[in-house]
Ligand binder design. Structure first.
Ligand SMILES: *Cc1c(COP(=O)(O)O)cnc(C)c1O
Length: 323
């Protein structure tokens, strides 16, 4: 049925699937569970590790010697790309937006320890800096391979089709799967995997960055590409993709009280740590949807933890002052 693209082993799979009974009780339903992709295991883990199993295999098949990608200063994707490069004996160059901060901590500290070369954009257009840096590395003979933003092309996203297969094999059915969605690869892979492997859960991305219309369009396009890549061509219209963009607040990485409250609730009922930028926002959205009745008390809901926890340490001040 499905054709499996080349893959190298980077992640600890299957990730645990755990019930959240104290949190479910505190909320008076629904029945909540968590899928622990914060435990994929590569340099503190996260969802990008699954994608990088395919992206790195593809880079190696093209004889790359250096991985290059871009992101925010606290990018989880960049940190996991730097670690994946090392596991394959490759170098890594990261184009990070903005100016180098005074305090090197969280993901940026890990990038440094992993020996990634960091190029700051200093306010220039990140894609221009990325292209210029790529060309320079190529001229220098470093054999660069571009890893797409968020690891979100069809090759990276197909990892989440197989993650849905992994979930199905764990034998717990859910009415809904809720998680943080941003560059769209995670959601696209899930949508394609749900069709390919037969999973009827509603796949609900809580947007962390773009508005619903743009994210639906990105996810639908990528999901169609993933299904073609896996030998099950299907066309996903944007309105078949479920996205909620009610929790964007003041933008990417800007905390309100939503994220710290959700982080404390999960931590104090379950000993489970979320991150400030992605899973904290998605969990805050989930709580709001439960409290407003849009997610029913009698449902079984899976919160898919996508990682990001090193970011907690870079947001200490905001976490303490906003809750
Ligand atoms: C990148 C990231 C996401 C979003 O995944 P996409 O595939 O980019 O939509 C969610 N959570 C965390 C922790 C991430 O690092």
């Amino acid at each position: 049925m499905s054709e499996i693209p080349d893959r190298i082993n980077l992640a600890h799979l299957p990730t645990p699937l755990e019930p959240l009974p104290r949190l479910s009780e505190a909320l008076n339903g629904p029945e909540l569970w968590v899928k622990r992709d914060d435990m994929t295991g590569l340099a503190f883990g996260g969802n990008k590790t699954r994608k990088l199993e395919f992206l790195t295999a593809d880079a190696l098949s093209h004889n790359a010697r250096t991985l290059i990608t871009r992101g925010a200063a606290q990018s989880n994707h960049c940190r996991q790309t730097a670690a994946a490069a090392r596991r394959c004996g490759l170098d890594c160059t990261l184009v990070l937006s903005g100016e180098p901060p005074q305090d090197v901590n969280g993901n940026l500290l890990l990038d440094n320890l992993l020996g990634a070369t960091i190029v700051w954009t200093h306010g220039r257009d990140p894609d221009t800096v990325l292209r210029d840096t790529f060309n320079r590395l190529k001229d220098e003979g470093a054999e660069p391979c571009l890893i797409p933003y968020g690891g979100s092309n069809a090759i990276g996203a197909c990892a989440y089709a197989f993650a849905i297969q992994e979930l199905i094999n764990q034998g717990e059915p859910f009415d809904r799967i809720v998680f943080a969605s941003s560059s769209g690869g995670t959601q696209a892979g899930m949508a394609a995997g749900a069709r390919l492997f037969g999973c009827s859960s509603e796949i609900l991305g809580i947007s962390v960055e773009p508005d619903s219309a743009s994210l639906q369009q990105t996810v639908a396009g990528l999901a169609s590409e993933v299904s073609a890549l896996l030998g099950d061509p299907a066309s996903f219209p944007p309105d078949s993709i479920h996205v909620n963009d009610s929790f964007l607040g003041r933008g990417y990485g800007v905390l309100s009280s939503l994220e710290p409250e959700a982080i404390r609730l999960f931590a104090q009922h379950e000993g489970l740590l979320l991150d400030p930028v992605y899973t904290g926002r998605a969990a805050g959205g989930l709580l709001a949807l439960i409290r407003s009745g849009l997610i029913g008390k009698d449902e079984r809901v899976l919160f898919w933890h996508t990682g990001g926890t090193p970011g907690l340490f870079a947001y200490a001040t905001e976490l303490l002052s906003k809750s």
